[in-house]
Design a protein around this ligand. Structure first.
Ligand code: ADP
Ligand code: MG
Length: 235
């Protein structure tokens, strides 16, 4: 099963993974309240559907004012969003995420899943974020750095450093990325997720690392404590 981006980000925050501040919105009023609470110049209105490719499909839009948030929320709530991942029928948008606009300097890719053949978890990162990872894998596979982690031993700091190295980061950003990778793995293990993907993970203009998107999949039934976390968040 899949959860929405805003739900994934709640889980990320609980694991200490930095994300832009944001609030879910089920109505135009919610969206306006979210805008008021965020109190930032630029916000992003993001359609919450169980499919990626929203950016290209028109499901991620910048708003520069309260009025723009109102227009976009009116437009997007109830619309059928078609992306390359939804199929031609598209998906109806019933929820939005209103979040602070981030100052993006670079977009990276980071994901963890199970490598069944090796019976190990595989942690992948790439400097080619914000695009389809399948495309990167097909065209420039050397741009994906992978480390395999024995689930019984867990992630070690040298794994995290190797991954952060793969993103050519320096100083603060390197440390932040390595720390986020440790937290991502902890999150993957404690939630028993089958996939955790952050695309894009970004380097901000002022040199920090932030998760701008979240994808968390569960193999079968959602573990009870995850349901409890989601309930606590009012989801
Ligand atoms: P999807 O993967 O469904 O296309 P994303 O959440 O990855 O949706 O958003 C698509 C793109 O929109 C990102 O690659 C990024 O460039 C931009 N974006 C998303 N969230 C923000 C944000 N909070 N601030 C600025 N840009 C954003
Ligand atoms: Mg994305």
């Amino acid at each position: 099963m899949k959860i929405h981006e805003y739900q994934g980000k709640e889980i990320f925050r609980k694991h200490g993974i930095n994300t832009p501040p944001g609030f879910p919105a089920f109505s135009v009023d919610d969206a306006l309240n979210a805008y008021d609470q965020l109190d930032t110049e630029i916000v992003v209105v993001k359609a919450q559907i169980h499919a990626g490719g929203r950016g290209k499909g028109g499901g991620v839009k910048l708003a520069h004012s309260r009025e723009e948030v109102e227009i976009l929320a009116n437009e997007m709530l109830g619309m059928t969003l078609v992306t390359h991942q939804t199929g031609p029928a598209g998906k109806e948008v019933q929820r939005l995420l209103i979040e602070s606009g981030a100052d993006i300097s670079q977009e990276f890719y980071a994901a963890i899943t199970l490598d069944r053949a090796r019976e190990m978890d595989v942690f992948m990162v790439s400097t080619e974020g914000g695009v389809e990872i399948e495309k990167v894998a097909a065209e420039t596979p050397e741009k994906i750095v992978k480390v395999w982690i024995d689930p019984l031993l867990g992630i070690k700091s040298y794994h995290a450093r190797k991954l952060a190295n793969g993103l050519n980061l320096t100083e603060t950003a390197f440390k932040e990325a390595a720390s986020i990778f440790m937290k991502m793995y902890a999150c993957y293990q404690t939630t028993d997720a089958s996939l955790i993907e952050i695309n894009p993970l970004i380097l901000t203009g002022d040199g920090h690392i932030l998760a701008l998107d979240s994808k968390i999949n569960f193999e079968t039934v959602m573990p009870f404590f995850v349901i409890k976390i989601l309930q606590k968040c009012g989801i």
